[in-house]
Write a protein that binds this ligand. Structure first.
Ligand SMILES: [Zn+2]
Length: 192
């Protein structure tokens, strides 16, 4: 992980002033760039697919250093059990099939920021950069407003769990779409 950190952050000081909408030339790994949005939209599409299948709307995509989609998944917490998050599936897939260098140079795109379980798995297998559409803080705020039950697991920033992680998000362009998916799920599963 430290090698990823070194590699991805060495130019961050040179890119001040760029933003998400005009960052095609940016090398700042902690910003959501225009080139990130395609993969991020696919992660949100997978979240929508999960919702359509009756599951909680989270989706994630693993992309190699040269832009190849290696693996993708969505939540299976209703279908299977509460630990079946796509970011955990990605960590396990990558841990079994990729070299350490391939993992460190890969990027995980995800519709929602990793939970602590998935952050830990990401850190244990040494995956690279994370780009998320909506933050855990946003999701917690939305769910509270809808009267949804609180998460049994404390929401922590990814870097609270994996100090060396390189993280970009949230993506303002996708915020409304992600909120709508979670709104629909929360209202299908009202508190009892
Ligand atoms: Zn998770």
């Amino acid at each position: 992980m430290s090698s990823t950190d070194d590699k991805d952050t060495d130019a961050s000081g040179a890119s001040a002033g760029t933003d998400a909408s005009g960052a095609s030339g940016s090398t700042d790994a902690t910003r959501v760039t225009a080139s990130d949005l395609g993969h991020l939209r696919r992660a949100v599409e997978l979240a929508r697919l999960a919702l359509e299948r009756g599951d909680e709307p989270f989706g994630s995509v693993l992309v190699s250093a040269d832009g190849e989609v290696l693996f993708e998944d969505h939540n299976h917490v209703v279908e299977m059990d509460e630990t079946q998050h796509p970011e955990l599936a990605i960590a396990r897939w990558a841990g079994a099939r990729l070299t350490a260098a391939e993992r460190a140079s890969a990027t995980v795109y995800t519709s929602g920021e990793h939970c602590p379980m998935c952050s830990a798995a990401h850190g244990w297998v040494g995956l690279g950069r994370i780009v998320y559409a909506a933050s855990s803080e946003q999701l917690g705020r939305w769910r509270a407003a809808w009267g949804a039950p609180p998460s049994p697991v404390r929401a922590l920033a990814i870097t609270d769990v994996v100090p060396g992680a390189v993280v970009a998000g949230p993506a303002l362009e996708l915020e409304d779409e992600v909120r709508d998916l979670h709104d629909r799920f929360a209202h299908r599963h009202p508190p009892t």
